[in-house]
Write a protein that binds this ligand. Structure first.
Ligand code: SAM
Length: 489
């Protein structure tokens, strides 16, 4: 039984799988994906092989895409139970009970692409188009800071005339410059269309955190059909974007597929091949993986897409990604309901958005509900406020974290991965989570959330293993009560 990938010489004219290649069709090799799917299907009840893969997974060093594909397809009830338990254990070992919080900030919904699943597509003539001025961005950021957010994901449609790189750079400058009361945006991740090495270099210089770009689908044929017009039609340019981002000096990149567009098994294997490629070509895998599912939106009906996945499959995908790439953070947005989020948090999710608006200008003027709905990118399922989300997380035993320290202390890219792979990240993240939660409680929490939070902090302090760190955190907590901010390890 050979689990090695790409060992079977392909037939004439076929493309060989090569994770080190810089060509999209070689590192996301269609034949290799199909071979992995066939292998997984043939072995979904192969107890001996599944046990072997699980034994390897228990070492906590990850799996190949082909091994992970077998676990995803596994039909043996008790082994599936073991998969979920292992995912939970790995989640706990690498990320503890911390959940990092962020919010998306939509700058502009102008878009020249024709993505058939997205209401921002250029053919949509009735959706109001909006691009925020710097003054409007300032208002949005103040509203986000007043909620308690420290970390944003910046989003725009693709439009070289309306949303050129200069606009994104100017907006980043505005975002980082605002300090309202005790507020600050300390990390701005950026989710904008695939661009050039030169532009990625500029984003790096502007101090972005992670560059996020969803592949949408890795299947080239489907990709081209789903993106019939606009620059995004170019599969290779889109798929090779992370290579250009890393060449441009960006340390942390975030992958994702939009589940529902193509068969989930295909996406799962290809997504992991993409992670393998980054590791092989740049020595560092993706910083995060997002798992969005297609949602209802202005002129978009998710039922028009044949590949929707139910909550059970969704949970299994998340568990198997957690096992396959233990050191990669996993993100889930408010596309998902609180019930669904609760279920998958323990299986591997390390970051969630809270209190989100997917419209342009939705935070500062919530009273403009109609406009908000008209410019929203998709329907949000979890509509709770950030305070409610924080309280809910604590009730489930998690420590909500507003930490942005790693990136600001230079623990990025391969340095971050090295610490994470050694399971040392806990030593930084846990004290930082406690201190940033304390800031949130002091500045933004409701009375009830504050009460629960203070009790949680006392409980979590007792879990810090290093006494020196515990003493420093206790001292900093007093300083936070006295008005000082931004302590970090
Ligand atoms: N414009 C950028 C690009 O071209 O990649 C990305 C920004 S877009 C605002 C963020 C993501 O929203 C897209 O990559 C897509 O995966 C997701 N999205 C689009 N339409 C959606 C829908 N109807 N439901 C859920 N997610 C959607």
């Amino acid at each position: 039984m050979n689990l090695e990938c790409g060992v079977v010489l392909p037939r004439m004219g076929r493309i060989m799988y090569n994770p080190k290649s810089n060509k999209a069709e070689e590192f996301i090799c269609h034949d290799e994906v199909l071979a992995s799917l066939a292998f997984a299907k043939a072995n979904k009840n192969n107890l001996e092989l599944i046990n072997k893969i699980l034994d390897k997974a228990k070492l906590g060093k990850g799996l190949t895409h082909r091994e992970a594909a077998v676990l995803l397809d596994c039909e043996i009830e008790e082994k599936n139970q073991e998969i979920f338990e292992l995912a939970q254990k790995i989640k706990q070992d690498y990320y503890g009970n911390r959940i990092v919080l962020f919010a998306p900030l939509y700058l502009s919904n102008y878009c020249v692409n024709g993505c058939v699943y997205c209401p921002y597509h250029a053919q949509n003539k009735h959706i109001p188009r909006k691009k925020m001025t710097q003054e409007e961005i300032k208002e949005e950021v103040i509203a986000l800071q007043d909620m308690g957010h420290k970390r944003l994901a910046i989003e725009t449609g693709e439009d070289p005339v309306n949303n050129p790189i200069e606009y994104v750079l100017e907006s980043l400058k505005t975002i980082y410059s605002i300090h309202h009361k005790n507020g600050a945006i300390r990390r701005a991740n950026v989710n904008i269309a695939a661009t050039t090495v030169e532009n990625y270099r500029k984003l790096k210089e502007a101090g972005i955190g992670t560059y996020i770009l969803f592949q949408e689908t890795y299947n080239k044929k489907s990709y081209e059909q789903l993106h019939p017009t606009g620059p995004k039609h170019n599969y290779a340019y889109h798929t090779e974007a992370m290579d250009r981002a890393m060449t441009g000096g960006i340390d942390d990149v975030g992958l994702g597929v939009l589940f529902g567009l193509e068969g989930y098994r295909y996406e799962f294997s290809a997504l992991l091949m993409h992670a393998e490629h980054l590791e092989a070509a740049f020595g560092v895998g993706p910083h995060t993986i997002s798992v969005p599912r297609i949602k209802r939106a202005d002129d978009i009906n998710p039922d028009d897409f044949d590949n929707g996945i139910d909550d059970d499959i969704f949970a299994k995908i998340i568990a198997c990604i957690r096992i396959a790439v233990p050191y990669t953070g996993m993100i889930i947005s408010t596309r998902e309901s609180d019930k669904c989020r609760e279920r998958v948090l323990k299986l591997g999710i390390s970051q969630i958005s809270g209190g989100s608006k997917t419209s342009v200008g939705g935070y500062a003027h919530p009273e403009n509900e109609k406009e908000d709905e008209e410019t929203a990118q998709f329907d949000v399922s979890d509509r709770r406020s950030l305070d409610e989300v924080v309280k809910w997380l604590m009730g489930l035993g998690y420590v909500p974290s507003f930490c942005t320290a790693c990136y600001r202390e230079g623990r990025v890219g391969d340095r971050f991965m090295a610490i994470c792979k050694e399971q040392q990240i806990h030593n930084f993240c846990h004290p930082n989570a406690i201190m940033t939660l304390k800031e949130y409680l002091e500045d933004y929490a409701s009375d009830e959330t504050k009460k629960i939070g203070e009790e949680l902090i006392q409980k979590e302090l007792a879990t810090l293993e290093n006494q020196k760190i515990e003493c420093a955190v206790e001292k900093n907590l007093v300083s936070i009560e006295n008005g000082q901010r931004d302590f970090r390890f």
